[in-house]
Design a protein around this ligand. Structure first.
Ligand code: ADP
Ligand code: MG
Length: 698
């Protein structure tokens, strides 16, 4: 049980809801809700000094006694204006507050106040627009403070958070056991890294005596977040080494391996690139090994991941096992099914497809054949996960565009190998920057296809504004006249706040005007699966000249004849996502174009200009991670990244490497945390979500 916030104070229902909106339910959540800056309410200037300044920059502090207050209620949103004359002995200033109706009953003549705000010299003297103030009681020796500034939500004041945090800190500090629960690090590590005490850090980040203290606390807390992330990965990896995997080694016996390579070469209609060859070797090496493979295959769009996967599937089938291939959409599953069938059926490999839209009898047939081992490979969507899908001898699982699937879904597929853990290959076209790959995917081995098949010309990218539309459509018509095709992507299907262009409206408009006479298709998420399939096929077959779509075309779809990718409202997309979209073109031999139409501000344009400059998916992903945070890049917050509150992967990468070194060493020397020095860590992990102990004294 987590100690709820109400263990700290009686809170009103809607206050509780306000905290919940910030993701704060428990006392532990609260203590991990860190301020993002501090307002410096120290070192007041004298009014005389303030007057003597040639100009007053930024916010300043003044402390003095209120001589006179005037409070007026206003109509409208501001509601109130409070004015006070505050005198500090060297002179007086006029302090002004707007929109704080309660001040009328709080501020009184004779009170001492400490104020921080923007000051300005006027004809009648200095005036301050007060941002923060504190009434200082007479018997208080007030020398100022650093006020933590917290992320807030409507209705919740900074002061309310500050006050509740103070209560939590007071209670936690009173209990040695509670304090230990905030400290995951073995004492030896804390000493070696010269970190401050854990409880001190939690206190110092919320109530620092100095900015240096706050910084010292941050250093440890950032390290801790990384340490726990790396520790979890190291443990998963160690656990995997202890699991049994299907034994595929027969396909790697000397004669068999040479035969496999020869067979593969004969099956593929092209020569593998050097990068593909290398990656196939890495995968085959794992498959022949004695623990379950867990490998991530990264390759930019069009780098040829399918051929690599096909080779790996062939290897597994030759060893006598079945393979399952899961893709996120029916369109992609169909495309992969076609590719695998084309590549592998000449070798006698039996491939079937299992998607949601199958006729009952067809589906039953496939399930029977799978169970009896009469099928070698099944390609499908989530439909593979249902309970009635059972295998004769599942040895190898491939998951395409893995970020589209959750951890549970991947686990569900793997569980179909019975007591064994099947070898798993997950593929992604999202280039994952090194920084992220080593954190989020730290328990995976990683292969990278860093070379495109020969003859590819990367698309040229152009950033345009809405005024150039006529030119753009003229260009599209020109391309179509040359026998090419175009994608037009809109950020939303219909009515949407963020999008000026919606797929449905654009389809209507363009069919009637700009693209009249061309065959224009419309594809989006609300269209039923079978129809989606049909439309995609019409585009792939070259019947449709133009496909207007939402981001459903983002992943995987392969139409080499398409040469134009036009994206409307490009500023509403992330860079990595735009790079994915751009990867839909440039898959054939003809020159291709990506046109980004944006209506954002200068900052957006600067961001998008990176796409004009580079085709390097890794550079783009790194930049995206820097701008938008890593969770966003991966499209999900399931990776434990949500536990990173202070740490930022890109900025704090060097800290991560240190933490990972320590975590790996710890797991290597004491995999089950049995040594006495790791006892507290074990307890910490076991009670991660049971901070009720923190407050057990109450
Ligand atoms: P992705 O990595 O995006 O999944 P695909 O596997 O769909 O890429 O491959 C993209 C295209 O490149 C396909 O049409 C495929 O046939 C082709 N291709 C893959 N490898 C090679 C190669 N080594 N030489 C030439 N063409 C290749
Ligand atoms: Mg693909």
């Amino acid at each position: 049980m987590l100690a709820p916030l109400t263990a700290l104070a009686a809170l009103r229902r809607n206050t509780i809801e306000q905290f919940e909106r910030l993701g704060i339910r428990s006392v532990l959540d609260l203590l991990r809700h860190y301020p993002y800056r501090y307002d410096d309410l120290r070192a007041a200037l004298t009014v005389a000094a303030l007057r003597a300044l040639p100009s007053i920059e930024g916010e300043v502090n003044v402390m003095g006694v209120i001589r006179h207050v005037k409070h007026i209620r206003l109509r409208g949103r501001v509601r109130a204006k409070t004015t006070a004359v505050v005198d500090d002995g060297t002179g007086a200033i006029t302090a002004v507050w707007f929109g704080r109706p309660y001040l009328g009953s709080v501020l009184k003549a004779g009170q001492r106040v400490f104020m921080r705000g923007r000051a300005e010299a006027t004809l009648t003297g200095v005036q301050m627009l007060v941002g923060r103030h504190r009434v200082v009681t007479d018997d208080e020796e007030y020398s100022g403070e650093l006020v933590p500034v917290y992320p807030l939500t409507a209705g919740l004041s900074n002061y309310a958070v500050q006050r509740l945090v103070a209560r939590a800190l007071a209670r936690v500090g009173a209990r040695a056991k509670g304090a230990a629960l905030l400290d995951p690090l073995p004492a030896g590590l804390t000493a070696r890294r010269r970190f401050a005490d854990a409880l001190w850090c939690v206190r110092a980040i919320h109530q620092p005596k100095s900015l240096e203290d706050a910084q010292r606390a941050r250093e440890r807390l950032i390290y801790e977040e990384f340490f726990l992330l790396a520790l979890a990965a190291a443990r998963r990896r160690a656990a995997r080494r202890g699991e049994s995997s299907p034994d595929l080694s027969s396909a790697a016996a000397p004669g068999a391996l040479a035969d496999f390579h020869q067979r593969m070469r004969a099956l593929l209609p092209f020569r593998l690139t050097g990068a593909q060859e290398r990656v196939v070797d890495e995968i085959v090496g794992d498959l022949a090994g004695s623990w379950p493979m867990n490998r991530l295959l990264q390759g930019d769009v069009g780098s040829g991941k399918t051929a690599v996967a096909a080779a790996a599937v062939l290897f597994a089938v030759r060893a006598g096992y079945q393979a399952a291939f899961m893709a996120p959409t029916e369109i992609l599953a169909a495309q992969q099914f076609n590719s695998l069938t084309r590549l592998l059926s000449p070798a006698g490999v039996r491939v079937a497809m299992l998607v949601g839209a199958l006729r009952r009898s067809t589906r039953d047939d496939i399930l029977d054949q799978l169970r009896r081992g009469e099928l070698d490979v099944v390609v499908g969507t989530h439909a593979l996960l249902t309970e009635d899908v059972a295998f004769h001898k599942l040895g190898f699982v491939v998951i395409d565009e893995q970020h589209r699937f959750g951890v549970m879904q991947r686990a569900a597929l793997r569980a179909k190998a019975g007591a064994l853990t099947p070898h798993t290959l997950v593929m992604t076209a999202t280039p994952i920057p090194r920084t992220l790959a080593q954190t989020v995917y730290a328990d995976l081995d990683i292969s990278v296809i860093d070379e495109l098949p020969p003859g590819r010309k990367p698309p040229k990218t152009y950033l345009r504004d809405v005024d150039s539309k006529d030119k753009i459509f003229a260009f599209i018509r020109e391309q179509v006249a040359q026998g090419r095709q175009a994608y037009i992507v809109c950020p939303a299907i219909d009515e949407s706040e963020r999008a000026m262009h919606t797929a449905v409206k654009q389809a209507e408009r363009l069919r009637a005007h700009e693209l009249a006479g061309l065959r224009v298709g419309l594809l989006h998420g609300k269209i039923a699966g079978a129809d989606k399939e049909k439309i995609m096929r019409m585009f792939a077959d070259g019947f449709l000249h133009v496909l207007i779509a939402t981001t459903v075309v983002e992943v995987g779809v392969d139409v080499p004849n398409a040469t134009v990718m036009l994206v409307f409202d490009a500023h509403t997309f992330g860079l990595a996502q735009l790079h994915q979209l751009r990867g839909r073109v440039g898959r054939g031999a003809a020159a291709s174009y990506c046109i980004l139409v944006a209506a954002g501000d200068a900052e957006d344009s600067a961001r998008l200009a990176l796409l004009e400059r580079t085709n390097d998916g890794f550079a783009i992903a790194e930049e995206d991670a820097r701008i938008r945070g890593s969770g966003d890049l991966l499209g999900t917050r399931q990776h434990g990244l949500a536990d990173l509150r202070l740490a930022q992967l890109v900025r704090d990468y060097s800290v991560f490497l240190e933490a990972k070194k320590d975590a790996d060493a710890l797991v290597a020397s004491d995999p089950r945390f049995e040594k006495p020095e790791n006892a507290r860590l074990a307890a910490f992990l076991a009670t991660q979500h049971t901070d009720s102990v923190l407050l057990a004294s109450s």
